[in-house]
Design a protein around this ligand. Sequence first.
Ligand code: NAP
Length: 246
Amino acid sequence: MSTWLLITGGSRGIGAATALCCARAGWDVALNCVRDLAAAEAVAAQVRALGVRALVLPADVADDAQVAAMFQQLDAAGGALAGLVNNAGIVAPAARLAAMDSARWQRLFDVNVIGTLRCCQHAAARMSQARGGAGGAIVNLSSRAAVYGSAGIYVDYAATKGAVDTLTLGLARELIAEGIRVNGVRPGIIDTDIHADSHMDPHAAAAGIPIQRLGRAEEVAEAIVWLLSPAASYTVGAILDVAGGR
Ligand code: NAP
C-alpha cells in the first residue's frame, strides 16, 4: 500500500524541488497546481522516474469545492495520506499601503492563509489517529517576510505569512495528540519564478544576505523532507529559517 505526500503548488519552484527530494526519500507524491498542468505533469514524470508513484491534482487552494474534490481524487487513488506540504502561495506587485486594494488583500489571504487552513483540515481528517488514520506530518511554507514585515513592498503578503506561522504553532499543539506533527519552514529569498509576480529583481537583494547569495529551491526542499521524516519525530511546532542568515 502506498503512502502519499500531497504538495500544493508542486508544479515549479520550491514545490517541484520538494517533490523530487521527497520522491528520492521514498514518498509517493501527489502534486497540486492551479494553472500550469503541463509543468506539474513534467514534474510527475521526473518523480515516477525515481521509482515512486505520482499524481497530478489541479485545484485552486482558495476554492472549497475544488480542494474537497482534490482530496477525494487522492482517496480514490488508494493508499494513505501521510504527509502534506502547504506550499502553494502567491505574492502581489510591490506596492506601498496607499496603492493596495481589498481585492488584492482578499486573494492573498484566500490563497496563503485560508488555503493552508483548508488543506490542513482535509489532511487532518484523513491522518488523525483519533479518526482511524495512521498519523502523519504537515509542513507549512511561511517566509522570513513574516518577521521583517516587507515595508514598502508587500506588507500584506508578509502578514499572510505571519498568520501561517501562528496557525502552524496552534495546529502543532492541537494535532500532535492525534499523531500529526505540524511544522513550518521560513525561506529567505529563493531563486524561483515568484519574484516576477512582485516585479522585483531578487538578485538585487543578494548582497544584503549574510551568505551573499540567493537560496536554491532544493535547499528549502531538504529542510522540508527532514521535517516530514521520522528523523524529526520529536520536532513539533518548529519554524525552521532557511534564509542564509537573513
Ligand atoms: P512559485 O515558483 O511562484 O510557485 C508557486 C506554486 O504555487 C506553483 O506551483 C503554482 O501553480 C502554485 N499556486 C499558486 N497559486 C495557487 C493556488 N491558488 N492553488 C494551488 N496552487 C497554486 O513559488 P515559490 O517561490 O516556489 O514559493 C513556494 C512557497 O514558498 C510560497 O508559499 C511562497 O510564499 C514561499 N516562499 C517563497 C520564497 C521565495 O523567495 N521564492 C520566499 C519565502 C517564502 P501553477 O504553476 O499552476 O501556477
